[in-house]
Ligand binder design. Sequence first.
Ligand SMILES: Nc1ncnc2c1ncn2[C@@H]1O[C@H](COP(=O)(O)OP(=O)(O)OP(=O)(O)O)[C@@H](O)[C@H]1O
Ligand SMILES: [Mg+2]
Length: 405
Amino acid sequence: MLDRPNSVANKTRVAALTADAEFEQLVRATFGNNAQIELTVVKGTIIDEGSKLEARDATVVVVDLDAQHQDELVALQRLANRLGGVPPLVVVTQAFDQTVARKLLQIRIADFLVKPVAAIDLVRACARAAKGSAGGETIEAQIYTFLPAAGGVGVTTLAIQTALSLLGGKGNAASVCLIDLDFQHGTCIDYLDLEPRLDLSEIEPRPERLDRHLLEVMLSHHASGLAVIAAPNRPAEMRSFDPLVVTRLLDLVSANFDYVVIDMPRTWFSWTDNVLQGSNKLFIVSEMTVPGLRLAKQLLSAIRERLGEGANPQVIVNRFEQRMFTPGLRRADIEKALGSAFGGAIPNNYRIVREAIDRGIPLEEVKPGNNVAIAMKKLILPQTALKAAKKEKAPAQSRSFFWAR
Ligand SMILES: Nc1ncnc2c1ncn2[C@@H]1O[C@H](COP(=O)(O)OP(=O)(O)OP(=O)(O)O)[C@@H](O)[C@H]1O
Ligand SMILES: [Mg+2]
């Protein structure tokens, strides 16, 4: 299920050298249990054992050394010269001071860590180093994030509909994962009639444990082919998770799917900025009322303030009704209020939407070519088409699962 149609199943190779049993244990615990990673560890110092390091075909090389030992630095310099930057070198040292910093700066290394090293820092340093050396070759998932301007405006409905349209028709299959980050009141699972399988309490104590295998266990699968990540609702619990847990989850999902669609809660959590920053497209969902538009504008400026102008969120006005002779907001009013941030309007069609929710099926299945599904496709698909065109032009690309993003 997790295999991406266009991906090349490349293994990530980590080559490590260390004379420190404790660090060796950390390296093995961090990389050793991952089926996607091939780990080789050479025990000893870089002076004695450096030549045994099978560095050439590694994705990243981790060298643990005593940086205050001049000979070890000379050996490191020799190794760095031999590699010439590829694969990247991540250096781990015991002591660290200005002299060591200066010496390491002069040697061509990708990153360094000072002991005691936390597993997550090691993963990150290696991931960053590997990504840097891969240049622009990594394909990233397109991440579409839906935020509510108010409660009950239809975020979940539109996120689900988007995810289903991104799956594409026969012969044009894309892998899509819908993530419900509304941990308190999420309804993606109920709207699609599935069982929630995400267990955050299992991931939280050790986010680095979340690997492809664990991810597979935590996915729910819809008959349409859509993968869904959602936790059981905890209506009486107001808890936040470490941003690391959420970003690790998103990193992993985006490395394994073509498209990721996120259903966001209304509350701004400590991880919200990270999710928004990692998204390719932000949609604020609102409704066709004066307060609805006002709330959307407030959210627009909050996002611009926190993420800068580059974020470019688009407002979707849901449950739109064309008014000719009755009082109330018209399309021109919405366009005037939102300006270029107005992404589009989705018609009000409660009968169709309710039936889809009640039966746990896509809107297209309730009534092919219905106005809600068509409007949603129009809003989403221009961007999908763009991505497909880019993909066609690009040469065969490989990506390694662990290091994406
Ligand atoms: N385009 C639409 N036309 C008619 N009804 C709609 C439309 N979109 C959503 N609805 C209805 O609005 C209600 C709220 O939808 P939904 O649960 O998707 O909103 P939400 O923003 O996710 O809500 P919450 O704040 O509870 O997370 C549902 O009853 C749904 O059927
Ligand atoms: Mg919702």
